[in-house]
Ligand binder design. Sequence first.
Ligand code: EPZ
Length: 421
Amino acid sequence: MDKLVIQGGAQLNGEIRIAGAKNSALPIMAAALLTRDVVTIGNLPHLFDITTMLELLGCMGIESVVGEKLNVEINSSTIKRFNAPYDLVKTMRASILVLGPMLSHYGEAEVALPGGCAIGSRPVNLHLAALKKMGAKIIVENGYIKANTNGQRLKGAHIFMDIVTVTGTENIMMAATLATGQTIIENAAREPEVVDLALCLRAMGADISGEGSATITINGVERLHGCQYQVMPDRIETGTYLIAAAATRGRIKVKDTRPSILESVLSKLEEAGAQIDIGENWISLDMHGQRPRAVSLTTAPYPAFPTDMQAQFTALNAIADGSGSITETVFENRFMHIHEMNRMGADLKVEGNTVIFRGVPFLKGAPVMATDLRASASLIIAGLVCESETVVDRIYHIDRGYECIEEKLQSLGAKIRRLPS
Ligand code: EPZ
């Protein structure tokens, strides 16, 4: 397995461009299943997960044409199989996103039940309950979700999500676009990636309103047509690089991004002592060489502080001036990075779903192991502030969600290199 070797101590300084959002690209690629026309998607990031989604569509018989800038044309009219196999689903839980559109458009779907992962059990019970309420016949056997509509269209329904679920909201929103009648999703996820998907579905002819609020209303239509859509910038990649620059007391300008969807993160970075300036599609951060101040935070669904930024901000707090607490309310096991950071000399104590931290002036390099996508990023940030060498193992996690991470960090002055397995 590839490793990343980091020689810490350099202050990051420079400019980088942000790629398209992984968590917006994946549902939008799945939405191509809702039409027999070509859907052209631009600004896709160069990530393993994008390749996996194309592979998943490919194994159903759906051809995709990949352009030179990773503009992808997806045409689902050649679909032959309605099956998402376990060997692909196990590598990417977001494969569950093909369930709603495939069932709604083609009347049948067989999708491997996604297993848990490092951060939690991550059930999909709310996805299935909502589809059943819309008239789908669903059984789960031998590790597969087997769904069909018995030749009928799904029926619009009034769905109340017990828990705010991003892909659950996205699956039901997609399924509802071709259902008969009206679907109302209450307690819907308000994440910007849900809004991006809704905008793409509307461009395909869907009748959707309320995206970005807790109540989304979809009136089913007869059919959807193709469209061309540019995926929004990745707010988590943006936040990750801002935090990396802040942790090293440096300065950075992040371009091709969207400041308005990162307000909770920007406000916490200002609390940590960063000078933040924003433009229409850029954010600059400057620590003026100062050590960050400790900042307590609690993760929650958008617009609160995102769970996908918790591990990265923990790395910042590990070397901050002061102490505080970090509470994770979305996933039940998203502290795997804590134990690795303590091996680097951090002072982090886990108490239930809260970490009590006391910032130390610097960390000490160590061999550490990545366990999930965002934990990997947090260990790289921790390595950037060590006085000695850190080796991060199992970085296949990082390649799923961060485009060219070592090149981008090298361009900012970081001493980081990849050790091929
Ligand atoms: C999406 O995952 C993101 N992935 C995650 O990003 C992100 O961390 C998460 O939303 C929360 O923001 C994609 O968009 C592809 P959830 P998702 O359903 O939809 C519980 C990353 O690093 N739940 O919003 O799978 C669940 O267990 C990834 O890019 C149920 O109980 O997350 C969790 O506790 C990691 N039953 C909570 O809801 C269900 O049917 C939120 O999960 C569904 C969810």
